[in-house]
Each structure stands twice: as C-alpha cells, then as structure tokens.
Design a protein. Sequence first.
Length: 306
Amino acid sequence: MPEDTPPSNVTPPRAFVQALRHALRPLVKLMLSRGVTFTYASELLKSLFVEVADRDFRLDDKVPTDSRVSLVSGVHRKEVSRLRLAMESGEETIPEVVSLGAQVVAQWMGAPPYIDEAGAPLPLARFASEGAELSFEALVARVNRDIRPRVVLDEWLRLGVVHIDDAGHVCLNAGAFVPTKGFDEMSFYLGHNLHDHAEAAAHNLMGGQPPFMERSVHYDGLGSEAVSKLAEQAGTLGMQALVAVNKSALASAKRAGGGDASTRQRMTFGVYFYAEDSAPAVAPPAAAALAASAASAAKKKAKGPK
C-alpha cells in the first residue's frame, strides 16, 4: 500500500464520493432488508476501517501503533484500542457445504468422465452400484471419502444445486454451484464475489500493476424484449467462459500437485448481468421552467414576428 497516505481530514474527490454512494446503495438496501440498522452498520464499518488501516497501511511491515491507525482511519485512538483487542481473524469462514461443493462441481463440470463431448456435465446415477464411476456416489468419494454422498445429495436437493430427473439420475442445475436456497451459502458467495470484484476495481483505480480485467458492456434505452435476448446470450456465453476457465484451472491444479505453498495464489473469474428500468429524464424545476419560458417569450417579443 502507498506510504503517502492522505490525512483523514482531506476531502475526497467529488466523483469518487459519487461512485461510492452508487456502489454502496444496493448493499444498504440489502442490509435494511435484513434488519441491519445504521447503528449496527456504523460499528461494523468502524471496525473494518481499523482492520484495514492496521493490516494494509503499514510502514516497513511494522505493526502500527494505535495512534498511527487512528491517524489513517479517522477512528478515535481509544476506539482503535478497543476494536483491535476485539478484532477477529478476518479470514473467510467457508460453510462446509460450499467448500466441499465447489470441489465436487469443479470435477463434475471440468473432468472426464463426468462431461459429454460438448463439455456439459452428465446426469449421474445415484449409486456406484448402478453407474460405477459415472455415479454421484463415486463423484463425491473422488473428492472426499469421509462424508456420505447421501448427505451431500440431500443438502444439494434442498439448496437447488441439483435435481433428480425422470430416470432417477442426479442432474447438475444450470449455474454451477450457486445455491438458490440456504442463506448462509448465498451470503458466502455474496461476500466472496463482491469482495474480489471490488478488489480488482480498487486495485486498478489505485494504479496497481498489472491491472486486473474489470470491464462491462452497458446500454440505456433498450426495449424489454431486446434486454431479454441479451440476458439469454450473456447467460450462454458467460457459462461457456466459466466452464472453459474451470477446465483450465482444474488441469493446472492437477499439474501443480503439492508444490511450494509459499508461491500459491488464488483466483476468481466471474460474470454477471443486470437490468432495470431506465431512469426517467430529469425535468427542470418548475421555477426554472417558468423562467426559461418567460425569457423565451420576451426574446421573441423583442425580435418581433418573423
């Protein structure tokens, strides 16, 4: 992180403040929908300011004093001391179903014999006695032999990750491992995906090198039918890209084996699509409109009839 951290009393650029308000709005909406009030969010944000100032704005990798953290964060020194004592590890706690599920889905979508010629995940028999290696039981055992496949299947059926077809086979639902139920699991992906997207954007805005890919296509004033078609196209192309990157990452992980842990990195590649009604054109205030009308009339009167 840069050592020339600006003083906490410096007014940030207007464009940056507007960007923050725009980016935070959906999160505030989500927090209010779940009963998270300003008082709670304020304490949460205060602890995060202390945590980030402590860990990411160090000088010469030295643990900063409470005064240094207070200077960078703008949080009172006594509050800094209290929050640092209570500060948790800050590491992501991954729900067990997510940790195991991500590995199983990666195998199911990216490794033979679980994919067809087009690269799509195949329906699997429930038990190894029915489908041998091409079974959900064998797939789970390939990742973890200490957990019963029936437990995983029941949970995935509850979460909407898989469904049972008419032939009794287990089918992976479109969208890979994105639970449609299960608030803890969905909350994990909310934090994980938004965090990594925001990290990439922040890295680029702060001039980090090399920059991360962080691009989007956006249009306004489109018809609802056109947006529906674009959503379908984005979903198809997005899943193709995710599956392709997953296959490459899975192959790389296999080649790496148990390499040097000190050189390992994690990565995230994601896609998203969003649409909403276009904002109506902003009409000028009534007083301004009347003034403009009067000025126009006066101007015409002064010029006389054409």
